[in-house]
Design a protein. Structure first.
Ligand code: KIV
Length: 292
């Protein structure tokens, strides 16, 4: 039997993951898993592997669209990729990342744009970045029945305000502020919070203090779950790899090797071979030659 068989069988019998599952997993001390996906085949593979949640992250802008940061990503970009992911995933909780300027201008716009992720994007929940300054928007979005995941610490949409992609909460004052923000997000109705690039012991303390699950990225083992950007995990994104990433494959070099093999095969006429070729019956061929 293939080693994939148990994974595929369990994928067929798995129940849809909900925000309630997140809470239950935290209560039972079971780690929550989350990965990003931006397209149909990746969503399918991640879902079949048994992931709890798929984030259609605005990291899309960097790892798929080639921007320097996440700021140019639009609602249209996010909805386009969300729909592809929703077609590929069956059981994971699907979370759409609200892009820069889709929730900052007014609470009304934040609710409208969050709603678009569920109504037109096939998502189950949304994620947005920020602490105390986002409480009103989070209250209004959750008030509309839309689950919200918060995101604290290194919040990439504030890269210019933070002075670069740098770890956060490293001083006692900054750590206290982060803890306060986590409590405020919980109180505002978030079902979970991503903690990005914060000291491990601070993330662990926050995870113990709040009742909703924390999902860490570069925040140590004390979080209730872990998320990585799939293109980092697969070694698909070659521009840089953050220190906190564990690479499980080297797909960029594997892709380059496959492309180079194709080029060589075509240039040396090894491809296409007989088995890649469409045949025509002799009598039809003879007839063609006759009528031409
Ligand atoms: O956009 C993204 O992929 C994210 C994760 C890093 C959490 O926000």
């Amino acid at each position: 039997m293939s080693t994939l068989a148990p994974i595929i069988t369990s994928a067929l019998t798995r129940k849809k993951v909900t925000t309630l599952t997140f809470r239950q997993k935290k209560e039972q001390g079971e780690p929550i898993t989350m990965l990003t996906a931006y397209d149909y085949p990746t969503a399918m593979a991640v879902d079949k592997a048994g992931i709890d949640a798929i984030l259609v992250g605005d990291s899309l802008g960097m790892v798929v669209l080639g921007y320097e940061n996440t700021l140019p990503v639009t609602m249209e970009d996010m909805l386009h990729h969300s729909r592809a992911v929703a077609r590929g995933a069956k059981t994971a909780l699907l979370i759409g990342d609200m892009p820069f300027m889709s929730y900052q201008i007014s609470v009304e716009e934040a609710v409208r744009n969050a709603g678009r992720f569920l109504q037109g994007g096939g998502m189950d929940a949304v994620k947005l970045e920020g602490g105390r300054e986002r409480v009103d928007a989070i209250r209004a979005i959750t008030g509309a029945g839309i689950p919200v995941m918060g995101h604290l610490g290194l919040t990439p949409q504030s890269v210019h305000q933070l002075g670069g992609f740098r770890a956060q909460g490293k001083t006692a004052i900054a750590a206290k502020r982060l803890m306060e923000d986590a409590l405020l997000l919980e109180e505002a109705g978030c079902f979970s919070i991503v903690l990005e690039s914060v000291p491990a012991r601070l993330a662990e303390l926050i995870s113990k203090k709040i009742s909703i699950p924390t999902i860490g990225i570069g925040a140590g083992a004390g979080c209730d779950g872990q998320v990585l950007v799939t293109h980092d995990l697969l070694g698909l994104f070659d521009r840089f790899t953050p220190k906190f990433v564990k690479k499980y494959a080297s797909f960029h070099s594997e892709m380059q090797r496959a492309f180079a093999d194709f080029i060589e095969d075509v240039e040396t006429k090894r491809f296409p071979a007989q088995e890649h070729t469409v045949e025509m019956k002799d009598d039809e061929w003879e007839e063609l030659l006759r009528i031409m």
